[in-house]
Design a protein around this ligand. Structure first.
Ligand code: HEM
Length: 459
């Protein structure tokens, strides 16, 4: 462990508080929560709203021994910030679904500044529901069906480039892919090449600053990202102005947001914040899941064979009728779909989410004081042997039977659940179809772990 990590741990131990009853009297006397200081388990750091480090372990926030010891709901302190960790599906459902109005989303202020404070993630109540309905309507199966052909075009273009490339960095390529798909889903019509490149450049500057220290000092990635954010805003505003003037809204999410009438209308900044927010939500998430998908297929050749067999049948049907892949084809891929579901479970790329109690809330006999953070731990639930036997084993066949309600939440649950889940799955299925049926050497995929999440596919 390096010195910085030690320093962070020391800081945590100084500020962290142990034992029961930090706030005497705030807990039900008969049911105190066990307390665990997360400080001993951290590998990565974020700056949280209060300006101190917030650190979580990437791989597994809670192992089974700790769960047995602390229980499925317990309190913890992350650099003095009081948190309730939840790995019970029933309690997570209360927080995210049935009592979601009592738990507001909470993000570091730096994230709000970079994405835009009016983006859907940061809100609850009527503004959130209004926006959520609009975003959801743009990504429902009925809305994205028409994009299958365009997404297929992006895949074929990528694969064509790969044919002439010796080494492909999967994560980088998948970021390009998910970015392009996000752009067509958001802007509808294809953007001019220079418009597209300009947006891409600015977006990448913001992305670089997103997980950096939010230091507003000259030369820092955060400062550069804030500058790029302003420029991106300006470009999007001009695009909005042009589309409003010509009344050519262009389809996609932007078309939906621009087409609103009267009291439903959104301001330019509400639109830009949400456009940028959706690009962020759609981009890295999908790219990471696809990268893991390739890794698991590589590690399990018999599953790769099974997927390939299923896709070959679809390819034959396509060739007989001389057509590209269709929405219906993607609805008839049971083996591939189960591989995808198992990847979503085992990779659990969004390990948990944050909420904050807006008032004192009692759940199952525990009193959660107002202002405390509440963390439903998706990954811990996905790795519970109570719901997923032999959880470390990559076994798509477990999805032959539907998982118990509220135990499988790769796209969250309730009011803030992911509106892009169908699009993400569609992207993955179309890519897998063409990849497994057109690359003969897929069996000889050689994956090298370069850094934590970087895989090279050498074909
Ligand atoms: C495999 C890829 C993806 C995964 C694993 C994923 C996962 C999630 C999760 C877990 C949440 C809930 C967060 C919370 O409760 O705090 C969420 C929210 C969200 N996702 Fe996704 N997502 C993916 C792809 C996408 C795509 C393609 C889009 C684009 C449409 C998208 C747009 C959003 C938005 C806008 C929200 C916020 C919803 C709200 O606050 O009401 N996501 N996503």
């Amino acid at each position: 462990m390096n010195e910085v990590a030690i320093l962070i741990q020391v800081l945590f131990h100084v500020t962290g508080q142990y034992g029961f009853g930090l706030k005497q009297g705030t807990f039900n006397a008969s049911k105190n929560m066990a307390s665990w200081d997360v400080t001993s388990d951290m590998t990565s750091a974020f700056i949280c709203r209060f300006g101190f480090f917030f650190v979580v372990k990437e791989v597994s926030l809670l192992d089974q021994d700790r769960l047995d010891w602390y229980g499925k709901i317990f309190k913890s302190h992350i650099l003095g910030c009081s948190c309730v960790m939840i790995s019970s599906p029933e309690v997570a459902k209360i927080v995210l679904v049935t009592q979601s109005h009592l738990f507001k989303p909470t993000y570091p202020i730096s994230k709000e500044m970079l994405i835009g404070p009016q983006a859907v993630f940061f809100h609850q109540g009527p503004y959130h529901s209004h926006l959520k309905k609009l975003i959801q309507s743009s990504f429902l199966p009925s809305a994205i069906k028409g994009s299958v052909h365009k997404i297929e075009g992006i895949v074929l273009n990528l694969l064509h480039i790969w044919e002439h490339t010796h080494i492909v960095n999967t994560l980088d390529e998948m970021k390009k892919y998910s970015y392009e798909v996000a752009m067509i889903s958001i802007f509808g019509k294809k953007l001019e090449a220079d418009e597209m490149d300009g947006l891409k450049h600015l977006y990448h500057c913001i992305e670089k600053g997103y997980n950096s220290m939010p230091l507003d000092l000259p030369g820092t990635p955060f400062k550069k990202a804030m500058k790029a954010r302003k420029l991106l805003n300006e470009r999007l505003r001009k695009m909005i102005e042009k589309r409003r003037e010509t009344r050519d809204y262009g389809g996609g999410l932007l078309g939906v947001l621009l087409g609103l009438k009267d009291k439903d209308q959104l301001s330019d900044s509400q639109i830009t914040d949400n456009i940028i927010g959706v690009i962020f939500a759609a981009h890295d998430t999908t790219a990471s899941v696809i990268t893991w998908l390739f890794k698991y297929l590589h590690d399990h050749p018999h599953l790769l064979d099974a997927v390939k067999m299923e896709q070959d049948v679809i390819k034959c049907r396509r060739l007989e009728t001389n057509r590209g892949i269709t929405w219906d084809d993607t609805r008839h891929m049971p083996v591939t779909t189960r591989v995808l579901q198992e990847t979503l479970r085992i990779a659990s790329i969004l390990s948990f989410t944050f909420r904050e109690a807006v008032e004192d809330v009692e759940i199952e006999g525990y009193l959660i004081p107002r202002g405390w953070k509440v963390l439903p731990l998706f990954r811990t639930i996905h790795y519970s042997s109570d719901f997923f036997p032999d959880p470390d084993n990559f076994d798509p066949s477990r999805f032959e039977v539907a998982p118990r309600a509220n135990t499988f939440m790769p796209f969250g649950n309730g009011a803030h659940s992911c509106p892009g889940s169908e699009l993400a799955k569609l992207e993955m299925l179309i890519l897998l179809h063409h990849l497994t049926t057109s690359f003969r050497q897929i069996y000889s995929l050689h994956i090298t772990i370069r850094l934590f999440l970087f895989y090279c596919i050498c074909i």
